[in-house]
Design a protein around this ligand. Structure first.
Ligand code: CAP
Ligand code: MG
Length: 431
């Protein structure tokens, strides 16, 4: 057991080249705090369950050290030599690998990672970020809007493209695929790209606004890259990727491909709750979000607080800060480390899950204007259908931006869709 204590050093001062991870830990009964944190540092760097005859000074020098602890929160410093720069899979195999299954620890949660410059520099970050997206979409200040056709899967390609046309001409910026729609028999990827491109051109001509599509390219890596290229050939400036089910390696490959295609990445986070829902174990969404920013997604789902899916206000706001700012300050008790994002651009946060016009003002007041407001049911459940639903969503956004109450704004001429939406959905927060 003494070999573990070699990985605990409260006098250690992390250098600028260290990666610092913040963990929350719960040792098994009978395991001391120092043994527990020593085990975490050991197993995630270069220690194991016994003393080793092969341990040389040059190897010991680059071990991880648990160096700061308060209650059951501990900071561990990892010299950057432990990592392969530019490889998120390798980083996760280390700091989020075997340690989650150790018998000596009942629960373990990776709260946050503070990346050293050497690692920061080895990833691309977003190609466009908030400013870049606003520039190519020609939308200066207001929140951006998107809709996902519902039912999630089952629509034919022409039904899907028609929904896109109605949404775009109703005033929305983006059409979005659902996370489980990729290339099924009833709605093939290539046919969908073609039909939606046609409808986009038509909608752009009619509205004079720029329209785009988060087309879901998620799939086996090589296939995913082919899909991104195909979308680029139809002049889509975006692709969507289910980043958790795809995995970091696939996302990194997609990020490289989109550099050549000049496409932004809309990151859907389906499956994230497997890691982050249990507050005592797993990996926080903040950690996943930071890694997604580092690799280089341009949009990321961050939650709604008031919508249909879990995520507290504190959590959603901390993810939002981390996505938008260049400098983040440490809030140790909340499990947040400091970060300096240097050259890495900000990510456009996307709020989605049970949203509808009646609760749009609250979302904007909470999350600001640099947000993509995405609604599925809240658009296609509108009594007038997709077009009326889209008009209502855009009108709700415009009302809040112009500083007027929804009910008042809905009385203006031409705002019938908003009025009907308010009658239909009210201000209800879905559960
Ligand atoms: C929203 C959505 C999104 C979730 C997930 C859905 O539809 O398309 O996948 O919001 O986002 O299928 O549920 P509705 P997040 O607008 O009909 O709810 O992970 O950020 O919560
Ligand atoms: Mg969805």
């Amino acid at each position: 057991m003494s070999q573990y204590l070699d990985f605990v050093d409260y006098n250690y001062k992390p250098s600028k080249k260290d990666m610092v991870c913040l963990f929350r830990f719960e040792p098994r009964k009978g395991v001391s705090v120092n043994e527990a944190i020593g085990r975490i540092a050991a197993e995630s760097s270069n220690g194991t369950w016994t003393e080793l005859t092969t341990l040389k000074p040059h190897i010991r020098r680059i071990r991880a050290r648990a160096f700061y602890r308060r209650g059951n929160l501990v900071k561990i410093a990892y010299p950057d030599e432990l990592f392969e720069a530019g490889s998120m899979p390798q980083i996760y195999s280390a700091i989020a690998g075997n340690i989650f299954g150790m018998k000596a620890i009942n629960n373990l949660r990776l709260m946050d990672i503070d990346f050293p410059d050497s690692i920061m520099k080895s990833f691309r970050g977003p190609q466009f970020g908030i400013e870049g997206v606003r520039k190519f979409m020609k939308v200066k200040k207001r929140p951006m809007t998107a809709t996902v056709p519902k039912p999630k899967v089952g629509m034919t390609t022409s039904e899907h493209a028609q929904v896109g046309y109605e949404a775009w001409t109703g005033g929305l910026d983006f059409l979005k695929d659902d996370e489980n729609l990729t290339d099924q028999k009833f709605n093939r990827f290539s046919a969908r790209a073609k039909s939606c491109a046609k409808m986009r051109d038509k909608a752009e001509k009619e509205t004079g606004e720029k329209k785009d599509y988060f087309i879901n390219v998620t799939g086996e890596t090589k296939e995913m890259l082919k899909r991104a290229k195909l979308a680029a050939n139809y002049d889509f400036r975006y692709v969507m990727c289910d980043i958790v089910t795809t995995g970091w390696a696939g996302l990194q490959s997609l990020r490289d491909a989109t550099q050549d295609n000049k496409q932004a990445i809309h990151a859907h986070r389906a499956m994230h709750a497997t890691f982050d829902r249990n507050q005592r174990h797993g990996i926080t969404m903040l950690t996943l979000a930071k890694c997604a920013r580092l690799i280089g997604v341009d949009n990321l789902h961050i939650g709604t607080v008031i919508g249909k899916l879990v995520g507290t206000k504190d959590e959603v706001l901390s993810i939002e800060n981390e996505m938008e700012y260049q400098n983040v300050e440490e809030e140790f008790r909340k499990g947040i480390l400091q970060e300096n994002w240097r050259q890495i651009k900000p990510v456009f946060p996307c709020s989605s899950g049970g949203l509808h016009p009646g609760i749009v003002p609250e979302i904007i007041r909470m999350l600001g204007r640099d947000i993509v407001i995405q609604a599925g049911g809240g658009v296609h459940g509108h009594p007038l259908g997709t077009k009326g639903g889209s008009e209502a969503l855009r009108q709700a956004i415009d009302a809040e931006v112009e500083g007027e109450k929804l009910e008042e704004y809905a009385k203006r001429p031409g705002m019938q869709s908003l009025r009907i939406a308010l009658e239909h959905f009210g201000h209800e927060k879905p559960v």
